[in-house]
Ligand binder design. Structure first.
Ligand code: BES
Ligand code: MN
Ligand code: ZN
Length: 505
């Protein structure tokens, strides 16, 4: 899908060649002269255009309008949330029309509205086809965002570019989140990362079982040992700034399927555990967006990825494993595997002397109980980092909510047989999981996002959401040094980039 930003007043919009013209009509919009303005005025007067946000009036072959179909869509007070909902409703109503081109007109742009509108078009027209050949892919090729004045278009340009990159990143995260576990194995995720590694300023390294063992990642390797699928440790670099600029490290949980292992999960709904790599997918999506935007920052992405399976070789309750940090862990429940793979990645992150580390994981059912499907769980001992992530979530309409990290919550993690146990009690489960991770993230500012409730939807609309790519991208762009938005350092043509990837076991 191709997005384009254009200056269009309502008169110009009326004569634009496009299959569908969507006009966002806020309560504040004052129609002037011209066919579209008249249409809006008449529709309001006759009561056919309800001012309630999300209400749609579809007009076919409107007089004086080139587009075959005009949708007048109410956005109420015009807040970004309303814009998102209204655009989603409008695009959804076009399913049977299957337009190839669409123009979206709004009177008054803002960063949030531009994001909301573009993301809503992309989300609503997304069709999963990878393992469903009978599904019809969206016909939509070209989307124009029209703003009334040149100064508006100019002011919205950077936000628009950001929004387009986010759309691409979210799409990648959704696509890989949705693919079933037999079509999204650790090796396949590594291939996606390697393809990203061919983009400008992105580099990718993939470690296999031998290298992972050699690093001493005994906790990660223990989770992977019950599966026939070989584990991978993916390292992505985005270098948009001088080497001296400390990177932000993103760590994504990449369990491509979580059966629970020997502490096996109940059968009902277990299919949804294919989404247990949505943290990893959000890191891949964020790198896709970074490659497109080329901001002047450095970012490292770390993805430990494997399956969590029962079997003759599988990890057993009570087993004690040694993490890369040297701390031993008593595995009281093999279903608390996310923290076991993340802890080694958090230790590995130290080598980059990061300015901050953010891990993203579908970590606990308890987080879903706490926050439902609206906000991701946020944990951080650093107020500065927490506030920046909270603000990014609000700006991106991809919100999170901070939960506490009092030391008393770690009480239950005590073990008689190792330095720490991998589970506490049932109560406050999202927090105990975060307390476990915190033990491995002492050397840098750290935050943890539990996306168990926000990464996918269940029921009839079952599918990945691509969250929290929006939050992460907003956060990262907020770390760009002032007056230096684009990458300035020359692109590294390192030997490692050109070398063909090693064959891994
Ligand atoms: N991947 C799950 C968390 C999860 C469960 C996400 C349901 C979304 C929906 C994670 O690996 C897990 O199984 N966590 C356990 C931890 C428990 C054993 C302490 C859980 O939440 O039940
Ligand atoms: Mn689990
Ligand atoms: Zn899991």
């Amino acid at each position: 899908m191709n997005f384009e930003l254009k200056t269009l007043d309502l008169t110009a919009a009326a004569s634009l060649k496009t299959d569908v013209l969507i006009v966002l009509v806020s309560a504040a919009l004052k129609p002037a002269r011209g066919s579209l303005s008249e249409l809006i005025a008449q529709a309001r007067k006759s009561g056919d255009l309800d001012a309630t946000s999300g209400k749609i009036l579809s007009v076919w072959r409107a007089a004086g309008v080139s587009a075959g179909r005009v949708l007048l869509v109410s956005t109420g007070d015009g807040h970004a949330r309303q814009v998102r909902q209204a655009v989603a409703a409008a695009v959804a109503s076009l399913k049977s029309v299957a337009p190839q081109s669409l123009t979206l007109w709004m009177e008054d742009a803002s960063e949030q509205r531009v994001h909301a509108a573009t993301q809503a078009v992309a989300d609503t027209s997304y069709v999963y086809t990878a393992t469903k050949p009978t599904a019809k892919a969206s016909a939509l090729k070209r989307v124009v965002l029209g703003l009334p004045t040149p100064s508006q278009t100019k002011a919205a340009k950077a936000d628009f570019d950001h929004a387009c990159a986010q759309v691409a990143g979210v799409a990648l995260a959704k696509e890989w989140g949705n693919r079933p576990a037999n079509h999204a194995t650790p090796s396949m995720l590594a291939k996606v990362a390697q393809a990203l590694g061919k983009k400008p300023r992105v580099r990718c390294e993939v470690l296999g079982p031998a290298q992972i063992q050699k690093l001493g990642m005994g906790s990660f390797a223990a989770v992977a040992q019950g599966s026939r699928e070989p584990m991978r440790f993916i390292v992505l670099h985005y270098n948009g700034a001088a080497k001296s600029q400390a990177p932000t490290v993103l760590v994504g949980k990449g369990i491509t399927f979580d059966t629970g292992g020997i502490s096996i999960k109940p059968a009902a709904g277990m299919d949804e555990m294919k989404f247990d790599m949505c943290g990893a997918a959000s890191v891949l999506g964020t790198f896709e967006a970074l490659a497109q935007l080329q901001p002047a920052i450095n970012v490292v992405g770390l993805i430990p990825t494997c399956e969590n399976m029962p079997g003759g070789l599988a990890l057993k309750p009570g087993d004690v494993v040694t993490s890369m940090s040297g701390q031993t862990i008593e595995v009281l429940n093999t279903d608390a595997e996310g923290r076991l793979i993340l802890c080694d990645a958090l230790t590995y992150a130290k080598r980059f002397k990061p300015r901050a580390v953010v891990d993203i994981a579908t970590l606990t059912g308890a987080c879903v109980v706490s926050l439902g499907h609206v906000r991701s769980g946020l944990f951080s001992a650093s107020d500065e980092l927490a506030h920046a992530l909270e603000a990014a979530g609000e700006a991106a309409l991809d919100p999170c909510w901070r939960l506490p990290l009092d030391d008393e919550y770690a009480e239950g993690l005590k073990s008689n047989f190792a330095d720490v146990a991998n589970v506490g009690g049932r109560d406050g489960g999202a927090i105990t999981a975060a307390k476990f991770l915190q033990r491995f993230a002492k050397d840098y500012p750290w935050a943890h996002l539990d996306i168990a409730g926000s990464a996918w939807k269940s029921g009839a609309a079952k599918g990945a959401t691509g969250r929290p790519v929006g939050l992460l991208l907003h956060y990262l762009l907020g770390t760009v040094p002032k007056r230096q938005s684009k990458a300035t350092v020359p692109q590294a043509k390192s030997v490692a980039r050109r070398r063909s990837p090693k064959r891994l076991a």
